[in-house]
Write a protein that binds this ligand. Sequence first.
Ligand SMILES: [Zn+2]
Ligand SMILES: [Zn+2]
Ligand SMILES: [Zn+2]
Ligand SMILES: [Zn+2]
Length: 159
Amino acid sequence: MLSAESPHPRIGIQMLSVQPDTKPKGCAGCNRKIKDRYLLKALDKYWHEDCLKCACCDCRLGEVGSTLYTKANLILCRRDYLRLFGVTGNCAACSKLIPAFEMVMRAKDNVYHLDCFACQLCNQRFCVGDKFFLKNNMILCQTDYEEGLMKEGYVAQVR
Ligand SMILES: [Zn+2]
Ligand SMILES: [Zn+2]
Ligand SMILES: [Zn+2]
Ligand SMILES: [Zn+2]
């Protein structure tokens, strides 16, 4: 069956209170020492509450719900991450890049252009609810899949 999204690199954010007797930590965002009462820890680095921001919309990630997403050295909130990277990938049928925003079909770990999602032997398109099969990373309709199984059975007998 068609599956939803593939897993994304979600990173947890911790809020820590600064111990008065420890040396102030440097902020990975602005490189200044953190002298506030609270600091954020994410990606093994320390941040001012104001400095851990989404690179796209500038929202403060410590407030949005204690997770961030990262890709290509960008730190992003969930919404922007999914908008930019959520559906991008290479089409498993034609191996061309699928631009973000474009609708895709997903099957297991593969993504496909809508136009490419068809039986790769007879080109039959699938509708929602239709059965399809994945064999050696090829999409097959039920007829071709079962035919393939029969041929394999035949080959096995001949040997
Ligand atoms: Zn800072
Ligand atoms: Zn954002
Ligand atoms: Zn394609
Ligand atoms: Zn077919």
